[in-house]
Write a protein that binds this ligand. Sequence first.
Ligand code: FAD
Length: 488
Amino acid sequence: MGIRTGGELLRSLRDGRRLFIDGEQVADVTADARFRGAARSLAELYDMQHDAALIDRMTFVSPTSGERVGLSFIEPRSVDELIRRREMVKVWMDATCGMFGRSPDFMNIFFTGFASAADAFGNKERPFAENVRAYHTYIRENDVCMTHTLVNPQVDRSRPVEKQVKDVAAKIVKETDAGIIIRGARMVSTLCAYAHDLLVLPSTYLANSKEAEPYAFGFSVAVNAPGLRFICRPSVIHQNAASVMDYPLSARFDETDAMVIFEDVLVPWERVFIHRDPQLCNSLYNRTGIMPQIMHQFATKNLAKAEFMMGLAFAIAKSTNIDQHLHVQGMLAELIQYTEFSRSCLRASEADAAPGPSAVTTPAAMPLWTVRMMFPKMFVRMCEIIQLLGAGGLVAVPSYAELDGPAAGDVTTYFQAANADAATRIKLFRLAFDAAVSSFSGRQQLYERYYSGDPARLAATLYGLYGRDAYIDRVIAMLEALEARRDA
Ligand SMILES: Cc1cc2nc3c(=O)[nH]c(=O)nc-3n(C[C@H](O)[C@H](O)[C@H](O)COP(=O)(O)OP(=O)(O)OC[C@H]3O[C@@H](n4cnc5c(N)ncnc54)[C@H](O)[C@@H]3O)c2cc1C
């Protein structure tokens, strides 16, 4: 099959998946007003792969079928291939203003990393390493869109999962000849409304005990598998908006978040990658070394998002000439710094890339860790700067429909700005409102804080990873040298 078209994607989503929202079951995500905007945006991303002007930048020739397949499935063998993959990701990220965080390239790169390091999954009890390789070929050749869940539901975070009083978290309840049976819940499945497969993988630490084993798994299952259900948060799309121009981001990029419920879901053995193995779960990311590949993807998202927010701020400031003021220039310069910082970390990771698992070119981790940890704060500040620049104008801007309504005369006159006619100003300020003030923006800020894990525990991980001794030694050596010379 190779690369999917947008039309093929939309047709494939009418598959009987069980999604619940606002107290009802969704009949068709491609038609429901709460979902169809993002479904269409995703379809546009898939169509871009077929665009004659983009096909060479977005695809490569499959090593097994000879078909054109998505570049996010490539196992890069050189820095040039790493950069090629990043440029592909950037095309999708620019098309979505960096606001569609779980676009398919995220999980494609994630799982491709596993395939490069498949031996880490072992082949003892069952051919898990082979399962990983075969699944990678399957998703690449069929352009499968994946959602994923790494976290157990928030019930009692003071106890480990196997010692919870309330039995909520997903666990293995049975093995059969066909596969494992899963019962319970997992969170957060972003993109579930538009994905074909759900990947369930470990992230939090598990005790190395018999009691923890039922929670120690990794697998993939079709989102329409019998017994699987998704309970979605309410949409951030404004259902009564007269035009997409009123909420240009919300209307198109609400990627959906959900709790996943497994009611005795059968996962076939060939889709199981980890089985009752807390040790492997705990060491998975170290053993496979995939984090730098994933961080490289989301650092590219960061760059696209920073460039978008910066461009928006420049346009607002120019429209009313506030960029003449020194402190406004200071805020705009801050946005330049965030953008160039994001770009520098990404480029540094490529400049210092080195062979990783199976000789796959792996970007340097530390520049990517740095931008990963700093970007949430930078993005929240970007939203604040847009609020500070737009000020009252952000709420004194009418719906786009007013340009053609009974008050059009007033609107054309009174919504002009020094450097923008009323239509341009309204479009710009509605976009700014959506980017920095709306519930869509609130969800984006939350996403940046948490999508790659709890920042507090990530900081501790970074501290643990960092090579500290050389720096301590330098300080001690300086003090010793000073001490030795103190009487001289
Ligand atoms: C918009 C959005 C989209 C997301 N999309 C996905 C997705 O697609 N797939 C996916 O798998 N996940 C997704 N996530 C979930 C994300 O992985 C988690 O939010 C993140 O790992 C933190 O876990 P938590 O939300 O359970 O927070 P908790 O672990 O409950 O933490 C809440 C607070 O309590 C503190 N805390 C709790 N337990 C401990 C502890 N043991 N030690 C120290 N501090 C603790 C934390 O520091 C934090 O301040 C998404 C999250 C958001 C917000």
